[in-house]
Design a protein around this ligand. Structure first.
Ligand SMILES: [Zn+2]
Length: 482
């Protein structure tokens, strides 16, 4: 089947798509505040004939845009939230805030959302041409710190899909072959008794002491947990700025991660006990508020292969000398030894010739090749978490990354914001859109392939329990906890 003509739909709408991504870059809205971004995307999708449901799954800035009817049903996931404090001028080769203190697209989600819109647009063209099925674009808010998809999953968002595809902007082109860490986020609040810190300290009970002791307790916990687990905290309320007052209220936000949900859940129970201990030691009351969780990602090698083939068939974009020169300058702004991006890219390449290939291209001005996909790659877990994990527990899911930024550009950095509207970013975004569209159409066209993907899904999830966000928990913007 010739899918080429459906991919052309993306080229035809290129200007509008890139303009949309640039607008979202400008809105730079953080988790659960993405109103303007949602407005812009839903307007575009409505104009293209999609049926938009907004809000969706009980979340104000979540939406769906669907086209077609019946099965197969394919989901395309898009994100559009920015990061606090990362405001940065576009195209500038040094850290320079556009509006000091404001947010910025430091994870490239302005591209993520629109790259996925492109894929949905192309699949729409295929469906319009008399093919059966439905494409559902999922507008997923608050990937950063809000687990938007986990809340959507709690309300059943992805369970009727045959499969789902997504992508993430990055420095190189590859199929994601690593899982991600499951996490739980809980806010612990301590309440003591305020008193004059010098005059009558014996009457006071310090909530700040409780927070400090809880953190000390958790720091001792670290030696007795699995290596891959992580425990992070942020003090969101230290009780005020007066040292001559015994602080009566203090809050600390914990983020507990582990490769499997169950492991993270068990670790969280130990953190809960430490909070109880800290309250007991200081004579404070304490309470616990569940904020959110993310599941680990269930991998699907059938879909990974379909995506890899699609990326190869679409072909990596071509770049000009000017684009290469500029990319090189961005890479030069990254401190020596920041090789984590490269490490992450090459982690799934174990075959000697693939490692050799990667090493030879390490210092290229742009990583304009597709990182070899090894069918028998080991299952490794990336150090981060993503709420794509929660979708992957409801339906077979796979992801790609494409090169939208200069090599070595670190995640959540000013370099990413600065490059977010560049021609390289746009090319990588449309490449992602086309690759997902082609993979999606091939999956929709071939029931046997979809069946294989579902078999792998069943194998990968067998004997494990998915722990959803508790029914009564509503999404919270972390910015509101301060
Ligand atoms: Zn991201």
């Amino acid at each position: 089947m010739d899918f080429e003509k459906y991919l052309e739909e993306i080229d035809n709408k290129k200007e509008e798509l890139c303009g949309l991504a640039d607008s979202i870059w400008g809105f730079a809205e953080t988790a659960y505040n993405e109103t303007k971004s949602v407005e812009a995307m839903t307007e575009f999708l409505k104009k293209e004939g999609f049926t938009v449901t907004r809000p969706a799954y009980g979340i104000e800035t979540a939406f769906t845009a669907r086209f077609g009817e019946g099965s197969p049903r394919i989901g395309i996931l898009g994100e559009y939230d920015a990061l606090a404090g990362l405001s940065q001028k576009s195209g500038v080769l040094e850290k320079d805030a556009l509006i000091p203190g404001e947010s910025g697209h430091g994870c490239g989600h302005n591209l993520l959302g629109v790259g996925s819109v492109s894929a949905a647009l192309s699949i729409k063209a295929y469906l319009q041409d008399g093919h059966k099925g439905t494409v559902i674009f999922y507008g997923c808010p608050a990937e950063e710190g809000g687990s938007g998809k986990a809340f959507m999953a709690k309300n059943g968002a992805f369970k009727d899909l045959d499969c789902a595809l997504t992508w993430h902007p990055g420095t190189g082109n590859r199929v994601v072959t690593q899982s991600s860490l499951a996490n739980f986020q809980v806010l612990y609040s301590f309440e003591g008794i305020s008193a004059h810190a010098a005059g009558c300290p014996e009457l006071g009970r310090s909530a700040l002491d409780a927070v400090e002791l809880m953190n000390v307790g958790c720091n001792f916990l670290r030696e007795h947990m699995i290596d891959e687990a992580r425990v992070h905290y942020a003090i969101v309320n230290a009780g005020g700025f007066s040292p001559n007052v015994v602080q009566s209220n203090a809050k600390v936000l914990y983020l507990v991660r582990a490769p499997k949900q169950q492991q993270a859940f068990e670790l969280l129970a130990r953190v809960d006990d430490i909070a109880k201990g800290a309250a007991l030691m200081t004579g404070c009351k304490h309470s616990r508020q569940f904020i959110k969780s993310c599941a680990n990602t269930v991998l699907n090698n059938v879909m990974e292969e379909v995506l890899y083939q699609a990326m190869q068939d679409v072909g990596v974009p071509e770049y000009t000398d000017e684009e290469r020169d500029l990319a090189k300058k961005y890479t030069e702004t990254v401190p020596e030894g920041s090789d984590r991006e490269y490490e992450a890219l090459t982690a799934a390449c174990l075959e000697p010739e693939n490692r050799k290939f990667m090493a030879e291209h390490k210092t290229d001005p742009l990583w304009d090749f597709i990182i070899p996909y090894e069918k028998k790659h080991p299952v490794k877990t990336e150090a981060g978490s993503t709420d794509v994990g929660d979708c992957s527990w409801q339906t077979p899911t796979a992801q790609i990354r494409t090169g939208t930024f200069a090599p070595m550009s670190p995640g959540h950095s000013w370099q990413i914001v600065s490059q977010g509207k560049s021609s390289v970013a746009h090319k990588g975004m449309l490449f992602a859109g086309k690759s997902m569209a082609l993979a999606g159409m091939r999956l929709m066209e071939d029931p046997e392939l979809l069946m294989k993907a579902k078999e792998v899904f069943r194998e990968q999830t067998a004997g494990q329990k998915y722990i959803p966000i508790p029914e009564e928990i509503e999404p919270v913007a972390l910015s509101s906890l301060y």
